[in-house]
Design a protein around this ligand. Structure first.
Ligand SMILES: Cc1ncc(COP(=O)(O)O)c(C=O)c1O
Length: 393
């Protein structure tokens, strides 16, 4: 690992994977030592169209020659930002019709919490145990992990936690609740899907007491689970939909979408209820617009189910307890934490990129680009199976 990397760049862990990246294309990341690494992680579900998709690169270049930042979000009419918002309104069900573009997933979560409090005049926010919504103070406050939150306290007050998928907790949602914030599919917790119409039941309870449902579709979004957004599998529409990650195919972005009636509250009492300099940045919005266009006009999303089946069929091994998740948002749940650790590290040695999940320590993340080919899937799965055979001996 580069000494300068550790000396000059702030670190997030004592043992980063530390690949020295030279370039990236499609399903591969190329390092400075000339190796090609097959990417089964896709920048943690952020590169759904693969690395440096030529049409995305072209859209960025074209926009870069026209104009970059000209004014803070919301003042000028910038075509790329407007077209992304318009396209989302066309693709999303009512009443999701107005979009606020921001810079990251966590900012979109913060913006949606602000909107919910502003709209309801209530302060209580309910989140799920083992959730992950980001690391700015609003999103961090939703986390129930003392180990991760306590050193940074005090956090936002009036946050209550419920168990995901436990219907018996729904009476915690009352007329004091501004919003319930849930991941559509819990990510860090181990790719946990909502069961038994859980999201529908939460939505009904919210409607009954006048609370809003905010769904964090940041990771499942943009085709990863076989539909444009994860919530579309569950026959509900949230009051506020939060997105990010793969939205601009590898450029930093976040957004939240709601009804016009709700969203206008951010421009009144107070006006400038949420402001951001770079939200809706033309370069990034052009990449987001092209991403939506590609997802709409190709069969990439349609193919996700078949690719999921291929992975599930190939990755049968006695050391894998279970494969959780949906589409190409999959987690191998290993027999032990140590096996998960070994698998990620040994795969790296064999030029296959895997990664961990935040909380579920027995899990190994398999979230390749949606554009991955069957051959690449076969190749990656074979590396995994060989390593597991070796570990089993
Ligand atoms: C479900 C979910 N919500 C929110 C976030 C935060 O997004 P960002 O890292 O862009 O702030 C993430 C990022 O991993 C996420 O997976």
């Amino acid at each position: 690992m580069s000494k300068d990397f550790q000396k000059y760049q702030a670190q997030t862990t004592p043992h980063p994977l530390g690949l020295k990246v030279e370039s990236a294309k499609g399903s591969y990341i190329y390092t400075t030592d000339g190796k090609a690494h097959l990417d089964f992680v896709a920048g943690v579900s952020a590169c759904n169209l693969g690395h440096c998709h030529p049409e995305i690169v072209k859209a960025i270049k074209t926009q870069a020659e026209q104009y970059l930042h000209v004014m803070v979000y919301g003042e000028y009419v910038l075509k790329p930002a407007l077209e992304v918002s318009k396209t989302l309104a066309r693709l999303l069900p009512q009443p999701l019709e107005q979009t606020y573009l921001v810079n990251s997933g966590t900012e979109a979560i913060d913006g949606s919490i602000k909107l919910a409090r502003r709209a309801t005049g209530r302060s209580q926010i309910i989140a799920a145990k083992h959730c992950y919504h980001g690391n700015s103070y609003g999103a961090l406050s939703l986390m129930d992990y003392q180990e991760r939150t306590q050193p940074f306290g005090p956090l936002l007050p009036h946050i209550t936690h419920i168990e995901f998928n436990n219907e018996n907790c729904l009476n915690v949602i009352t007329d004091k609740t501004a919003a319930v914030v849930l991941e559509t599919i819990q990510g860090g917790a181990g790719f946990i899907l909502p069961e038994n119409d859980y999201l529908k039941k939460v939505k009904h309870r919210c409607e009954k007491v006048g609370a809003l449902l905010i769904l964090d579709d940041i990771q499942p979004g943009f085709g990863r689970t076989g539909k444009l957004f994860g919530f579309q599998h569950f026959d509900i529409v949230p009051d506020i939909l939060v997105m990010g990650k793969a939205m601009a195919s590898g450029l930093p972005i976040g957004a939240f979408t709601a009804s016009q009636k709700l969203m206008q509250l951010l421009s009144d009492k107070p006006k400038l209820g949420h402001i951001t300099t770079f939200g809706g940045h033309p370069l990034i919005a052009s990449a987001a617009l092209k991403t939506l266009e590609i997802l709409e006009q190709t069969d990439i999303i349609e193919q996700v189910g078949k690719k999921e089946m291929l992975i599930r069929t190939r990755l049968k091994h006695t050391l894998i307890n279970e494969i959780r998740g949906k589409g190409l948002m999959l987690a191998l749940i290993m027999k032990t934490e140590e096996l998960a650790n070994q698998l990620v590290l040994k795969a790296k040695e064999q030029n296959l990129i895997l990664f961990w999940l935040l909380y579920e320590k027995k899990a190994v993340r398999v979230t390749p680009p949606l554009t991955i080919t069957s051959n690449e899937i076969e190749k990656g799965c074979q590396i995994i199976l060989n390593i597991l055979d070796e570990l089993h001996e």
